[in-house]
Design a protein around this ligand. Structure first.
Ligand code: GAR
Length: 263
């Protein structure tokens, strides 16, 4: 029997995916244990689920940090190891026409919050960090401090759409409003962009003319609760390998992409 992996989780809301992961750990479907649950939202009801299962929790409330910076940038203590230029170069979270001041304040406030997250995570060593409805983009400041071995990413996210379609905060809503006939969910490793990292697994469902946004969410969530534990179990069994691939397109342009192979 392989050694159980230690899983940390970050949530923002109701935590139904977290519950599916907790249940899968308890039933042995995932060869792992959840070692902590953190949230950016003190009201997240998923925190209660964690406490019920005896899992330690903590909160880093992003809102007062963002507010303080807005009122007076000097009132916020920027981490000593924060390198704005490095992070601006790496990140793909903002578009080229986003005003520089906006990008700067976004990256500074997030790094302040992320340094606090890292600090709170310190007592709980982990092999894998799962984002289970965590509604904050993580910046290179956080990612580089967790993914210390570049060849082996260890931050997973679940997204409510078939990526690369509909990244962002409302995957099922965007799928519905576009009039898609198929919807789905995606588990991926995170990278420096928004919902753009290498895909680990996807599940899809049919959308009929009788479907509403509510029924689409219902169908999607049911699949999420299956998909996330399956992908985590692949990780736990050492079955996920990230590979750098080069492709030549019809127009002669060469692209490189990191993809996940399931062994
Ligand atoms: C899920 O649908 C998840 O895919 C989505 O939030 C919901 C959380 O539900 N995540 C994102 O949109 C991330 N960008 P839950 O709290 O009940 O697991």
């Amino acid at each position: 029997m392989d050694k159980k992996i230690r899983i940390g989780a970050l949530i923002s809301g109701s935590g139904t995916n977290l519950q599916a992961i907790i249940d899968s750990c308890e039933s042995g479907k995932i060869n792992g244990d959840i070692t902590f649950v953190g949230s950016d939202n003190p009201e997240a009801s998923g925190l209660e689920r964690s406490s019920k299962h005896g899992i330690p929790t903590f909160v880093v409330d992003y809102k007062p940090i963002i507010q303080s910076y807005k009122q007076n940038p000097d009132s916020v203590k920027i981490p000593d190891d924060f390198d704005l230029d490095d992070i601006i170069t790496k990140q793909h979270l903002s578009s080229e026409d986003t005003p520089q001041e906006k990008v700067k304040s976004f990256l500074i406030t997030r790094a302040v919050a992320e340094a606090k997250l890292i600090n709170k995570m310190k007592p709980y060593p982990f092999d894998l960090l799962v984002l289970a409805g965590f509604m904050r983009n993580l910046t290179p400041y956080f990612i580089d401090r967790v993914n210390t071995d570049r060849a082996n990413p260890r931050i997973m996210n679940i997204h409510p759409a078939l990526l690369p379609s509909f990244p962002g905060v409302d995957g099922y809503g965007d799928t519905f409003r576009y009039g898609c006939k198929v919807g789905g969910c995606t588990v991926h490793f995170i990278d420096y962009g928004e919902d753009s990292g290498p895909i680990i697994g996807q599940k899809a469902f049919q959308i009929t003319s009788n479907d509403t946004l509510d029924t689409i969410k219902e169908k999607g969530l049911k699949l999420e609760w299956e998909l996330y534990p399956e992908c985590i179990e692949h990780f736990a069994r050492g079955r996920l390998q990230t590979v750098r691939m080069s492709y030549e397109l019809k127009n002669g342009k060469k692209i490189e992409r990191t993809v996940v192979k399931i062994l």
